[in-house]
Design a protein around this ligand. Structure first.
Ligand code: MN
Length: 218
């Protein structure tokens, strides 16, 4: 099992082990103007809370209550849509909040920058490939930057709340950066201008944190 350096909180509630909606370490309005406060409030407080509750309902009373979220994703029965959508939604948003910061933006450094340069030739090429994957994902989904063998990095995208840790979805590796391109992530502020939201996302990426996740999953 690969390590991650952010935690998925699980607590005993009503005698069952339940996943918890993570607390953000920044306020809803602190990502403005790139992501507006109302979007953050609904996205975290309603959407992510919904995935968390539905995940807990889906595993309630089953042996999965004792499993980690990574184990659940890796061993998922892909025909179990309640578990697939909500385990993915729970995990994906945990990563998403974790790699954003009011003081984010700029460029990566350290091992991550070296690997980006090796895998994509330059940061600009990576940004272009990642942005294209996010812009061209039809309908709802995510674009990802994932670690592969020897620390190589690849970009891919998934539909709905699928996650690269799930098998057989044509997008694999360990996700270290992800952008939510569901309309609920940007529509209040950007309407149909998804490319503008993708550009704005780059002003919020906490590259030190992405580098930490990268290093801990080599
Ligand atoms: Mn979302």
């Amino acid at each position: 099992m690969k390590k991650i350096n952010f935690t998925f909180v699980k607590t005993l509630k009503n005698k069952i082990m339940a996943f918890e909606l993570p607390k953000l370490n920044y306020s809803y309005d602190s990502l403005e103007p790139h992501i507006d406060s109302k979007t953050m409030e609904i996205h975290h407080g309603k959407h992510h809370a919904g995935y968390t509750n539905n995940l807990n309902n889906a595993i309630s009373g089953s042996e999965l209550e004792n499993h980690s979220i990574e184990e659940i994703l890796k061993n998922l029965n892909m025909e179990n849509s309640a578990l697939r959508n909500n385990a993915g939604g729970f995990y994906n948003h945990n990563l998403f909040w974790n790699i954003l910061s009011p003081s984010g933006g700029g460029k990566p450094s350290g091992n991550l920058l070296e690997s980006i340069n090796k895998s994509f030739e330059s940061f600009e090429n990576f940004k272009e490939e990642f942005s294209k994957a996010a812009a061209t994902r039809f309908g709802s989904g995510w674009a990802w930057l994932c670690v592969h063998e020897n620390g190589n990095l690849k970009v891919c995208s998934t539909a709905n709340q699928d996650n690269p840790l799930m098998s057989g979805i044509g997008c694999d590796g360990f996700p270290i950066l992800g952008i939510d391109v569901w309309e609920h992530a940007y529509y209040l502020n950007y309407q149909n201008r998804r490319p503008d939201y993708i550009n704005a996302f780059f002003n919020l990426i906490n590259w030190d944190q992405v580098n930490e996740i990268y290093i801990s999953n080599l």
